[in-house]
Design a protein around this ligand. Structure first.
Ligand code: ANZ
Ligand code: ZN
Length: 981
């Protein structure tokens, strides 16, 4: 940012104004002074309990010590601080703690790139950021600060990890990690850019390493169900639900058949959510990583004829990310396993087996039955490789206008609808029926022995005489439609096909007299198709004509499924699972949480590996396992963490057998550190426990948790899981950690784009604070829009200058405030009302995080006060109190100047008096439910007084005279309805 803002610093003096007696608003001086004073008086130090006050725990995500506070940090901490200060003044004992999420990759990268010690680097950053945070005037209780890389903290991270380990929630497993073959190192996901190593641009591979995992999947169902109980915004809950991704389906075994030896050699289990479609399963797909594929390729017998091709394919797919493999629209690829087939257990058909990477190894069983007629991905694949597509579920439609009649015979029939386009014009043929109110395509039954196209051509010829229709395409599924066929007096159960033709020319013959009697032909526009009737299948046809090719993936009625034909698909599920000997199975998308990092700068995993005892947890008395000081932070080229190079630290005695053993060298994912930090704030200094139960109970669960939308799934799910696991261990009393969660929005650069160095649109808060003051920045961020996840607000220079002006106006009011000697006499009811209204609105707005409208309301009040000759001291001080959460420094300064002796931040939030609020609304007055008059009444006015005024109105008197009122229906602020006898 160029220094253009400097011109706005200091107080501007308007024309003709002299400010001899009054000091200028000098934000620098004020902010420095009060910042220091609050620190020294520790006014934000939070006691665990205060008599007669309820506790309120407001949490913001603790920052990563990147070394520099950006505007996003300000938004994240300063705006919730307004809420916190309001809560505190409203009588809550409010905890607003802060700390640092201090482990992680950037520190280590700085160490590698610039030869800095990650601990020192982190400590220095923290020091710097603390100063910046203090400049913000946030009311953090710094005495509770926690730093996740402090051994006093991570001792308990280790301890809790071991509790989970003892409970069987932690296990080791060969897990693929990102591996750069050129740097010979494991990469974090953040270090992989477009599949390439961030450092050297080599294509990243997957390398299997033995890694630690936490069984979050054991909690999938609870994490899902307990969302119901939470007072969280629905979109956040929905993202978590999708992330957990519950699917109910079945596992079904398919026998594998060796073509050469003509025998079954194995069985593969597939997972499906649509078992009822099994008659349409025309091939089987295995993930490239599937064990059976591996087996086939490594055994010596020659079942598979194209091993080389398959190996090549597997290598290629290793380079793709999961998203590249599965995303819609990505071209699917695969290779057939030649030499073996699978047997479809439903119809005993031999079907081909493919290896394709659109099937993922770690979902379901890593194998699927492909039903191309009903699954988009399978369909795409089948078309590409020419595999059979067989429809087994038909959309089921009952004609609303013409439903089948009870007692009439149900006759089945296969029909074909022909959509016939004009040879040159964009028009199609429709038939107008003479005896029925119908308007249809050319339509008719398919006779025995006739295929669809033949039948369609015959119908076109019979009904229109056109001789040369050319087949274009066919809707890839049939639709089952039931209706009463009035012209024949029977119920019809029709399987409808749709075929599209274009006439080559207009050559035609005369049609029969019989046909002529039935209907006449018309050319209609495409837009008119939706008006055809009776024609309930229209939605499918319109979509087909508009979007082109698509398949039916919904529910319906079974066809081509032997004894299961005619069953609704839902009903058929269980029956078919039983028929093919499958078993029901619920699957989740959620995976276990891989917590191993082959990194130095993380919490050590407190495990010792012993040749004879295996995996041995470090005994509690030896915790914490401290990170050793090392010189070389580069990972080893076997993929191991740099800790593996710290020989002295590495070699230990086995705690069990005292034999030689080695420490685990992986460190923990930083999401582990942040899965319990909010608990530690309740008892941050405890050296004997991770937190005392009583102290936890003072604050947990968190009342309000504000953070970034990027943490909706990972951090929020991990910490919810962690809390549940601790709950099951009897270590905490609540099953959920956060009562309420809010995601904040985004502050964009002045150009409306995301702030980024490369775009040159980054606002440096330090500079703005220097020029305009923290109070201005805080109030500006509050003013910019409601504090919620949908907001994304561009930074506006004019906007922030406007806020500065507003604060200057407040500053100038001090001149007019009554002195003790000179009391302001007159009772200005208008102003009295505005004051009360403002108290009400500012409080309510802060409570609902609409800080922006709270600021506007204070602007209105400030202007009104500015217009007074003299300002009553109570009015002035009320404004200061309302403003104090937003502009804490300014409010404090003016408060003391107004002869107060204790901090404004220890004051009570002002009370409003509804009686004094003259907001009016128009209320409808009804007689027997009909509006006969409207009245201007005070908001929240009592029913009695409204009734009184209503009965005095002439418009109402006209109706009520001489009548008795039987009943009064009153809806607050809306309607008064008088029911007369
Ligand atoms: C047959 C079928 C027919 C399927 C049909 C769908 C529609 P959700 O709902 O997301 O859980 N599937 C199973 N395991 C898979 C894997 N490892 N990788 C990729 N796809 C896999 O998806 C479940 C469906 O996704 C399963 O049901 C399976 O395809 C596929 F008309 O089986 B289905
Ligand atoms: Zn041992």
């Amino acid at each position: 940012m160029p220094n253009t803002l400097t011109r706005f610093s200091g107080t501007e003096i308007g024309p003709g104004q002299t400010l001899l007696s009054m000091e200028l608003y000098n934000h620098k001086k004020i902010e420095r002074k009060w910042g220091k004073y609050w620190q020294s008086k520790k006014i934000y130090k939070t006691r665990d309990k205060i008599k007669d006050k309820s506790n309120f725990y407001a949490l913001v995500e603790f920052p990563y010590p990147s070394g520099n506070l950006h505007v996003g940090h300000w938004y994240a901490f300063a705006v919730p601080d307004i809420f916190v200060r309001y809560k505190r003044m409203s009588g809550f004992n409010t905890l607003y703690p802060v700390g640092f999420d201090a482990f992680g990759l950037p520190a280590e990268n700085a160490a590698i790139k610039r030869g800095l010690n990650p601990r020192k680097w982190t400590e220095e950053n923290i020091k710097y950021m603390k100063r910046q945070l203090e400049s913000m005037g946030a009311s953090f209780d710094w005495s509770r600060e926690i730093i996740s890389c402090d051994p006093k903290y991570y001792k308990w991270t280790e301890w809790l990890f071991l509790k989970l380990f003892e409970k069987g929630l932690v296990y080791q497993k060969q897990t693929p990690a990102n591996w750069c073959p050129s740097c010979k190192t494991v990469l974090a996901n953040e270090q992989v850019k477009d599949g390439l190593c961030e450092r050297c641009n080599t294509a990243v591979e997957k390398k299997n390493l033995l890694q630690w995992n936490i069984k979050i999947t054991d909690y999938a169902e609870r994490l899902l169900n307990d969302l119901e109980k939470l007072n969280w915004p629905e979109p956040i809950k929905e993202s978590q639900r999708n992330w957990i991704g519950k699917s109910e389906g079945a596992e079904i075994g398919f026998m594998i058949y060796d073509l050469r030896f003509k025998k079954e050699i194995s069985k593969v289990n597939i997972f499906t959510t649509r078992p009822e479609t099994i008659f349409g399963a025309t091939y089987l797909v295995l993930a490239p990583e599937h064990d059976f594929v591996n087996q086939l390729l490594t055994t010596s017998n020659q079942q598979i004829k194209n091993k080389e091709e398959i190996l090549r394919y597997i290598e290629r797919s290793k380079q793709k990310t999961e998203i590249e493999r599965t995303a819609e629209g990505k071209v699917k690829s695969g290779v057939e396993l030649k030499g073996i087939k699978a047997i479809n257990p439903a119809n005993k058909e031999e079907i081909p087996i493919w290896v394709a990477d659109y099937v993922l190894p770690n979902y379901g069983t890593g194998a699927i039955m492909a039903v191309p007629a009903h699954d988009e991905r399978d369909y795409e694949f089948a078309k590409k490789y020419n595999l059979p597509i067989r429809q087994v579920v038909a959309p089921y439609i009952i004609d609303k206008h013409n439903p089948p009649r009870e007692g009439e015979k149900n006759t089945e029939r296969e029909v074909v609808h022909c959509i016939v386009e004009h040879p040159t014009k964009k028009k199609i043929i429709s038939l107008k029926w003479k005896q029925q109110p119908w308007h249809t395509f050319i339509v008719g039954g398919v006779e025995d022995g006739e295929n669809l196209i033949e039948a369609a051509k015959r119908e076109i010829y019979e009904e229109t005489g056109y001789k040369n229709p050319e087949f274009i395409k066919k809707l890839p599924f049939k639709i089952r439609a039931d209706f009463y066929a009035a012209h024949k007096g029977i119920n019809r159960a029709v399987k409808a096909n749709f075929v599209y033709f274009k006439l080559k020319d207009e050559e035609k013959d005369e049609i029969s007299e019989e046909e002529k009697k039935l209907h006449e032909m018309e050319w209609i526009e495409f837009e008119e198709i939706e008006n055809l009737k009776p024609f309930t299948e229209i939605e499918f046809v319109l979509r087909w004509l508009k979007d082109g090719d698509y398949i039916y993936s919904g529910e319906g009625i079974l066809i081509d499924s032997k004894q299961f034909n005619e069953l609704p698909s839902q009903e058929a599920k269980d029956k078919i699972i039983k028929f093919v000997g499958g078993k029901k199975k619920t699957t989740y998308k959620l995976r276990d949480w891989g917590v191993s990092r082959q990194r130095y700068w993380g919490c050590p995993i407190p495990i010792i590996h012993c040749k004879s005892c295996g995996v041995v947890p470090v005994p509690e008395k030896d915790l914490p396992v401290k990170l050793p000081e090392i010189k070389d932070y580069l990972p080893r080229d076997d993929g191991k963490s740099p800790l593996a190079k710290a020989e002295k630290w590495l070699k230990v005695k086995c705690p069990k057998c005292k034999g030689p053993a080695e420490r685990e060298t992986d460190t923990l994912d930083t999401f582990v550190d942040s899965s319990w930090y909010f608990i530690r704030y309740t008892d941050p200094k405890n050296a004997k426990k991770f937190a005392d139960k009583k102290k936890m109970a003072n604050w947990m669960p968190v009342d309000f948790y504000s953070g970034g939308a990027e943490h909706t799934t990972m951090h929020l799910l991990y910490s919810r899981f962690w809390q549940k696991a601790l709950f099951d261990l009897g270590l905490v009393k609540d099953e959920e950690p956060y009562k309420k969660r809010m995601n904040r929005g985004l502050i964009l650069g002045p150009d409306g784009n995301k702030m980024s160095k490369s775009k040159g649109n980054v606002i440096d808060p330090d500079e703005v604070v220097h020029n305009l003051g923290a109070d201005t920045v805080r109030t500006y961020l509050a003013f910019i829009g409601p504090f919620n996840e949908v907001g994304s607000y561009p930074w506006s220079i004019d906007g922030i200058v406007g806020i500065k002006r507003f604060l200057e106006k407040v500053w100038k009011l001090q001149e007019k405030v009554e002195s003790r000697k000179l009391k302001v006499e007159s009772q200005n009811t208008e102003l009295e009302s505005l004051i009360n209204e403002t108290i009400k609105k500012v409080g309510e707005d802060i409570e609902s995080l609409k800080m922006n409208t709270a600021v506007s309301q204070m602007m209105i009040l400030t202007n009104a006060l500015g217009k007074q000759e003299k300002i009553k001291k109570t009015h002035y001080e009320t404004l200061l109190k309302l403003l104090s959460p937003f502009a804490p420094f300014l409010a404090e300064e003016l408060w003391y100047k107004s002869n107060n002796k204790k901090s404004i931040h220890l004051e009570k939030w002002p009370q409003f008096d509804l009686k004094n609020i003259k907001t009016t609304i128009r209320m409808a007055i009804q007689i027997n439910g009909k509006v006969r008059d409207t009245l201007e009444v005070g908001e929240g006015m009592a029913e009695e007084s409204i009734k009184e005024s209503a009965l005095k109105s002439d418009a109402i008197k006209k109706w009520t005279e001489g009548k008795k009122i039987k009943k009064i229906i009153y809806i607050k602020n809306r309607v008064l309805n008088l029911i007369l006898e």
